[in-house]
Every structure is written in structure tokens, then in C-alpha cells.
Design a protein around this ligand. Structure first.
Ligand SMILES: Nc1ncnc2c1ncn2[C@@H]1O[C@H](COP(=O)(O)OP(=O)(O)O)[C@@H](O)[C@H]1O
Ligand SMILES: Nc1ncnc2c1ncn2[C@H]1C[C@H](O)[C@@H](COP(=O)(O)O)O1
Length: 223
């Protein structure tokens, strides 16, 4: 396996960044890709034709939005596959189904027929060769108050207008989800343990941990 960096992270690795809305995934995606020279697979918010409508009326738009995100992630997954890896991915596809679709179904803002249709589409896509599991899922976590502060400071109006209970529900679901997630190796990082803006060097220990993690898990697979 080739690694062009001092951390021994293979150049074909795929690292996905997971965590609740506003926790810092996009910022971490850019930081890691800059350090490693990896490509980014970003979750685009500008240009999403449903997101704003969805926040104004969950019931009306949740199915449309899930299908849209699924299509976007599938295209990205295909791109990652065709390049042969070397990507940092902003949010995993596992969160779409394990957090968002499930939450809206269980809270009654997506009906059962739509949820089942969504899930069968998801399952059919995941069964294609474009969906190898990532080498590592980095899970970003912090206190609810810290995450909310970040969400507010980012200032997307549709998110600001959404009741705080929505973010609390999501936060709690994320905790439960990650405690039971075992589809690929997971590395948890607390957002207070690094500071991308005031202490650039704080990314170094993270990169070292990532290198050790991926090497160990690839060696385990080979053994
Ligand atoms: N390490 C950090 N320290 C301080 N603020 C951060 C950090 N990472 C992200 N932020 C800020 O938090 C907000 C949300 O970050 P973002 O990366 O967009 O989150 P996500 O992609 O998880 O929704 C942004 O305003 C961003 O500038
Ligand atoms: N699958 C999804 N369902 C509903 N909403 C979603 C989904 N994936 C992302 N979102 C929303 C949440 C945020 O408002 C934006 C961007 O997410 P972020 O965590 O800030 O990258 O899209």
C-alpha cells in the first residue's frame, strides 16, 4: 500500500467524517484533505432544491429531500470508487438512513410507505460495487451546548428558525447511533481536543491516530 505522507495513511484510503449538524464535519474535511492531499467529497447545501422547503414543512418534503441526498451521495460514491479512493468525505451515507430518515419516520414526518420506498432504494444502492465501506469513520462529538453554539455561529437561517428540540432529538439519536455502529472502524474525536483556527498543529495528533488506526485495521483484514 502506498502512503505519500508521514503518517502512513494509504493514498487510496477513504475517511468519512460523521457527526451531528454543526459539529464541524466540513471544517475537518477540509483540514484533513489539505494535510493529506486527498480529494474531498462535500455535502453541498447551496443548490439543494429541497432543503429550505424541508425545514419549513418536514411532512411535505422529507421524502423528496432523502431521495435527493441519496442520489447525491450515490454520485459521490461512484466518483470515489472511480478515482480508487484517496478521499475525505463530509458525512457518511449511514447517517442519512440511521439518523435522518429514521428520525422523520419515527416522529411521523415521513409516512411508512415513503420510508419503505426510501429504504429499499437505499439497500439497492448499497448493494452495488460502488459502496465499499470506508477505511475509517471519524466521529466528531461535543456537548450539546457547544454544538448549538457552532450551529448558531454558522448562521444558516433555515437552521436558526428550526426549534431547538429538533437539534436535541438529533443529538441524542446520534449518541445512540454511534454507540451501536459497527459497519466500519470508528475513531471518536472530541471537538474540544483540537482547534483548527487558533492552533493549526492540533491536527497533528489526529493525523497520527488516523494513520495508526487505518494501518491496524488493514493489517487485521489481511491477517
Ligand atoms: N475546530 C473548530 N473550532 C471552532 N469552530 C469551528 C471548528 N470547526 C468548525 N467550527 C465552526 O462551527 C460551525 C460549523 O462547522 P461545520 O464544519 O460547517 O459543521 P458541519 O459540517 O458538521 O455542519 C462553523 O461556523 C465553523 O466555522
Ligand atoms: N439526510 C438528511 N436529511 C435531512 N437533512 C439532512 C440530511 N443530510 C443533511 N441534512 C441537512 C442538515 C443540515 O441542515 C444540512 C447540512 O448538514 P451539515 O451537517 O451541516 O453538513 O443538511
Amino acid at each position: 500500500m502506498k502512503a505519500n505522507n508521514k503518517y502512513g495513511i494509504p493514498s487510496d484510503a477513504v475517511i468519512t467524517i460523521a457527526g451531528t449538524v454543526g459539529v464541524g464535519k466540513s471544517s475537518m474535511t477540509h483540514a484533513l484533505s489539505n494535510e493529506l492531499g486527498f480529494r474531498t467529497s462535500l455535502e453541498k447545501v447551496d443548490g439543494n432544491p429541497y432543503l429550505d422547503k424541508f425545514y419549513r414543512d418536514f411532512e411535505r418534503w422529507s421524502f423528496h429531500l432523502q431521495v435527493y441526498f441519496l442520489a447525491e451521495r450515490f454520485k459521490e460514491q461512484k466518483r470515489i470508487f472511480e478515482y480508487g479512493g484517496g478521499f475525505i468525505q463530509d458525512r457518511s451515507i449511514y447517517e442519512d438512513t440511521g439518523i435522518f430518515a429514521k428520525m422523520h419516520y419515527e416522529k411521523g414526518t415521513m409516512n411508512e410507505t415513503d420510508y419503505n420506498t426510501y429504504k429499499s432504494l437505499f439497500d439497492a444502492m448499497v448493494m452495488t460495487p460502488y459502496f465499499p465501506h470506508p477505511d475509517l469513520l471519524i466521529y466528531l462529538e461535543g456537548s450539546f451546548d457547544d454544538v448549538l453554539t457552532r450551529l448558531k455561529s454558522r448562521g444558516r437561517q433555515m437552521e436558526q428558525d428550526t426549534p431547538i428540540e429538533y437539534w436535541r432529538e438529533m443529538y441524542d439519536r446520534y449518541e445512540e447511533w454511534i454507540n451501536n455502529f459497527n459497519t466500519c472502524p470508528v475513531m471518536r474525536i472530541n471537538i474540544n481536543d483540537y482547534d483548527l483556527y487558533n492552533d493549526e498543529d492540533s491536527i497533528e495528533p489526529i493525523l497520527e491516530r488516523v494513520g495508526n488506526f487505518i494501518q491496524t485495521s488493514r493489517n487485521l483484514i489481511k491477517a
